[in-house]
Design a protein around this ligand. Sequence first.
Ligand SMILES: [Zn+2]
Ligand SMILES: [Zn+2]
Length: 356
Amino acid sequence: MARGVHTEDAAGLAGLVVLGLQVSWHVVRRAASSRVVRRNRAARHVSMFAHAQALTREDGVIYMLGRRLRGEASVIDLHTHSTVSDGTEPPARVVDLAAAAGCTAVALTDHDRLDGLEEAADRAQTIGIRLVPGCELSCVSATGGMHLLVYFVSATSQPLADSLTRLQRARDARNAVMVERLRQLGLPITAEELHAEAGGIGVGRPHMAAVLLRNGAVTSIEEAFDRYLAQGRPGYVDKERLTPPDAIALARASGGVAVLAHPLTLGLSWGGLDVAVRELAALGLGGVEAVYARYSLEERSRLAAVASSAGLATTGGSDFHGAYKPGLEIGLGYGDLAVGEELLLALEDRRTRGGG
Ligand SMILES: [Zn+2]
Ligand SMILES: [Zn+2]
């Protein structure tokens, strides 16, 4: 899609004038800037949008119209994290960054929490892009961690919201037990320090590692995990997780649709993955995240084939975490992500059909 930005923006601008919209040059220049960034990996960090203090609805509408007038396909991002879980950007900022990257829709999918959805929805409405409300559930699985993305739920979706609150209480209790164990090992850490480190929300092992590092008990985050915090180490306490059948049932009962996130994390062979996806489909899974930023083009297309042979939708996203995953950007991934809007439509179709 190598084309002249200036010609196109001129065409886009003419179209906008014909449409009788009030166009200001700085807005057009910002949209153009964002597009240059899209095609230029080296320049991605200098997006003017990324530094925009506040986008307006007019900015969003003009940007989207510009894309349509230039005949560009719309892109979306169905996997992002904010400060509500383990991302570094607040929910509203995640939405701004999605708009800056040219996304017409963005899903906020914080780990096991729905707390950021309202802020993100407000922001999305203000700037005129679509928020797909969601979350990412950690599940137990025989082969290790399984994550399920859940879409089309809100902070008040039941029974999901109550289940997540209960899980959070269980995790608060687990964190307290872990801190106690670390203290018994003679390590310098208190519950107060831990909560201060986490900023009061989404407390977890990375925050414990950070406290141990700051207090000089270890020389790196890695060492904190290797010696004390990893599974099987003396400070570790297992955390309560949902089973995949429970998570899928919970998603469906709450009006949502469940999607298997980054399926290669399961560590299965392609044949094994095929079987696992079919089993999950029988439980009501709605889709498979195939267009995942970290995956190669070949892996993405093989995963799409796994999804379609199980009769499931294909989804995609960046798994943006802000500064915690350097170089990974909303909508763009590592520069080669392009999730089409049609994937969202297919996913919505799964929801109305009630999953598998
Ligand atoms: Zn995940
Ligand atoms: Zn994620």
